[in-house]
Write a protein that binds this ligand. Structure first.
Ligand code: BGC
Length: 733
């Protein structure tokens, strides 16, 4: 009797969603179930693709960008299959659909999650018109290596910044009815040597402290799906990693998001060297609960056979299909599978304004000797616009742009034409080594009062599989900068790139440096506004800028070592000839450079100046059982002449503990608008949970990890960047 009551009550508790899915699942054949686990790229011949859809052997299709075509295929799924389960159409909508926003790394530089959420909303509104209901973004891979091309696709090196921006993007998409897919789960960015798809080795505590929190944050924000990463982590490619996909995602986090493979990442288990053949790959993936196979065909080809052989249970298939149906149910596809076929509206005024604002806030002023903003009121100011990126409608859009049309881009040159300018590109593209044009640019420079040198990288030099072993300015750009600087005229260097570049020498040569990343459709007006003072720069580095590639990985939240770098270190040329061994040891640095970066994490200048007051701290009256909380506040005064935004950052350092802790850890940030001459108070809450971290013990050949906050002394700063040059407050737990 008690069992019966239990069963009845658990049934009664089932949601409408669960009942719907249970019912549908109970009516599905094995073939239909396996079909739902298949994601197809439409590059197949039409007859093959259509036959598969009509036979119910496709759950999702991607890369179709036309409402009529979506509806045509959807009708086959809904009206011609036995159960009428709709398709879900996916697309790599990464930083905009038609209207292109700055690359995600640039979005990270805005430190403005509201703006990023708005950009995601507007992006979803554009994409949904073409029938796209599932975006393969945000990418929340925390990245420490600017050689890795996909550094462009994430929000930088910090877990808190990445979590905040990733969650904002998820909310933005999903509020409009487009599912987010948080990727790449997990550890993808740690590829050895910054070479894409390469092996990663990540200790469990580091995985949990640094790389997993943004995934958790995106899921907490409601992300409906997760994508496996390509890489092998600690010997297990993610599509076949039960620890990640089952222990952590399902058990610890209790997530019911759909887990999709990356493109063929399941069949990649063969070249990885884990599986002898694709059938084995299918077995390993299903056992690790990879739920949908993107383009790999390993499930369609082998799952039925594996079930017949008793190697896979049908209940394993059921739990995957449940996730697929859940995503479709939550998107409302069972009720409304079709999309209106009206003429879509792209590039609306609202979207263009948001794209411009995002591009303005993503530009980081790295140096300014006072030349900026340009005094365009001056009646005879003669500006030379030069450089290979000044007028590149396509390149300014950045990586992962399939739908944004370059003809809609507004370039810096186009906007500057409203002023008294001359234009000589010098080089025609970023890798151009033909120096013939440089002489012309130099001749024009001699007649100019100021040179705006638009340098950087073409879009194709960053993104997937676009890794660089050398991250200097490509082509003859460095030589061009030498020649421009030699004219003695002030050079303002504007860098449009997909990653931090090693531009130390050019920074010294330039009068000012504005780092703009790839700013998207409206990069031109945004940069014009900043350079001419109609907008005040407020971007801050989302990632450390190294001086030279040999410093990589270089990141602010590193450990101190037992032999911290001393100042000044003995660099290679200062070592006496025949120097005995003993005199150069004892300190952690390179012979060519100290450990300092070119620009630290969180750094960015403004046209105004800010003064930080001292930090005040109060204990918050938290209820018992909720731990301890602190309120930290600080007054910031705008001491300059421009009304401006400042990004105040909260950092902590744990002075001792069970394990070694990083030198600094970002715990929060706030972008605050402060009119010239006025002060604003920023307030942060810091809980003891935020001070916790993953602990690990190794005893008796067993390793165990757990999350805990140590009783220890902490330093806390509210500071303008990760150098934390303000006075810390002390805190004891
Ligand atoms: C990338 C994913 C992307 C997928 C679909 C893969 O190569 O790693 O990020 O979403 O292709 O285009």
């Amino acid at each position: 009797m008690s069992l019966c009551v239990l069963l009845v009550s658990s049934c009664a508790k089932k949601s409408a969603e669960d009942r719907f899915i249970d019912d549908l699942l109970s009516r599905m054949t094995l073939e239909e179930k396996i079909g739902q686990m298949n994601q197809l790229d439409p590059s197949y011949e039409s007859e093959v693709k259509e036959a598969l859809i009509r036979e119910g052997r496709v759950g999702s299709i991607f890369n179709i960008v036309d409402a009529k075509e979506v509806n045509r295929l959807q009708r086959m799924a809904v009206e011609e299959t036995r159960l009428g389960i709709p398709l879900v159409v996916a697309r790599d909508v990464i930083h905009g659909y038609h209207t292109i926003y700055p690359i995600p790394l640039g979005q990270g530089a805005t430190w403005n999650p509201e703006l990023i959420e708005q950009a995601a909303q507007l992006t979803a509104r554009e994409a949904i018109q073409d029938g796209i209901r599932w975006a393969f973004s945000p990418m929340v891979d925390v990245a420490h290596d600017p050689r890795w091309g996909r550094v462009a696709e994430g929000y930088g090196e910090d877990p808190v910044l990445t979590s905040t921006m990733g969650a904002a993007t998820v909310r933005g998409y999903q509020s409009q009815g487009m599912a987010a897919c948080v990727k790449h789960f997990a550890g993808y960015s740690v590829s050895e040597g910054g070479r894409d798809y390469n092996t990663t080795w990540i200790p469990e505590v580091q995985l949990r402290d640094i790389y997993l929190p943004p995934f958790k944050a995106a899921l907490d924000a409601g992300a409906m799906s997760v994508m496996c990463s390509f890489n092998n982590m600690n010997g297990f490619p993610s599509s076949a990693n039960p620890h990640l996909n089952i222990d952590i995602l399902r058990h610890e986090w209790q997530s019911d998001a759909l887990l999709v493979s990356d493109w063929g990442s399941g069949s990649d288990l063969v070249p990885h060297g884990m599986c002898a053949d694709k059938k084995d790959a299918a077995l390993r993936c299903i056992n690790a609960r990879m739920e949908m196979d993107m383009e790999g065909n390993i499930y369609t080809d082998y799952l039925a056979e594996l079930i017949a052989e008793g190697k896979v249970k049908e209940s394993q298939i059921d739990e995957c299909v449940r996730s697929v149906l859940r995503l479709k149910y939550r998107l409302g596809l069972f009720d409304n599978p079709y999309v209106p076929e009206d003429e879509p509206t792209f590039y609306s005024d609202e979207a263009l304004a948001a794209a411009q604002q995002t591009a303005e806030e993503s530009a980081i002023l790295l140096k300014n000797d006072g030349i900026l903003p340009l005094n365009i009121q001056h009646p005879t100011l003669n500006i030379l616009i030069t450089g290979p990126l000044a007028d590149q409608k396509k390149e300014q859009l950045g990586t992962w742009v399939f739908d944004g049309q370059p003809e809609h881009s507004v370039t810096p040159l186009e906007v500057f034409r409203s002023l008294n300018i001359s234009y000589e590109p010098g080089l025609t593209y970023s890798r151009d080594k033909n120096k013939a044009g440089i002489a012309k640019a130099v001749a024009a420079a001699k007649k100019a009062d100021v040179i705006l040198f638009f340098a950087g990288e073409e879009a194709i030099l960053s993104g997937e599989a676009r890794c660089r072993a050398d991250i200097n300015l490509p082509g003859a750009q460095a030589e061009m900068m030498d020649a421009l600087a030699a004219t003695g005229k002030p050079v303002v260097m504007i860098v449009m790139a997909g990653r931090p570049l090693t531009i130390g020498k050019q920074v010294e040569q330039a009068a000012a440096v504005l780092y703009a990343f790839h700013g998207g459709t409206m990069a031109g007006p945004a940069l014009f506004n900043i350079l001419t003072g109609q907008a005040v720069p407020s971007g801050k580095t989302p990632i450390t800028f190294p001086k030279m590639v040999g410093q990589i990985p270089l990141y602010y939240n590193r450990h101190n070592t037992g032999r911290p770098s001393y100042d000044p270190p003995m660099l290679i040329d200062s070592i006496p000839i025949g120097c005995p061994q003993f005199s150069i040891g004892q300190s952690s640095y390179w012979l060519e450079t100290p450990t300092e970066p070119l620009f630290p994490f969180g750094f960015g200048l403004s046209y105004t100046t800010f003064e930080y007051g001292s930090t005040r701290i109060d204990t918050l009256p938290f209820r018992e059982g909720q731990g301890v909380g602190y309120s930290l506040s600080c007054s910031i005064t705008n001491t300059g002449k421009y009304d401006a935004y400042e990004v105040a950052q909260l950092y902590t350092h744990q002075k001792s503990g069970y394990m070694v802790r990083p030198l600094k850890e970002l715990k929060g940030f706030e972008k605050v608008y402060i009119p010239a001459g006025e002060s604003r108070t920023v307030t942060f809450t810091l809980t003891d949970e935020q001070l916790g971290y993953w602990h690990e013990s190794h005893h008796d050949f067993a390793s165990k990890v757990w999350f805990e906050t140590d009783s220890a002394d902490y330093e806390v700063w509210i500071a303008p960047d990760s150098r934390c040059q303000t006075t810390p407050v002390q805190l004891t737990l």
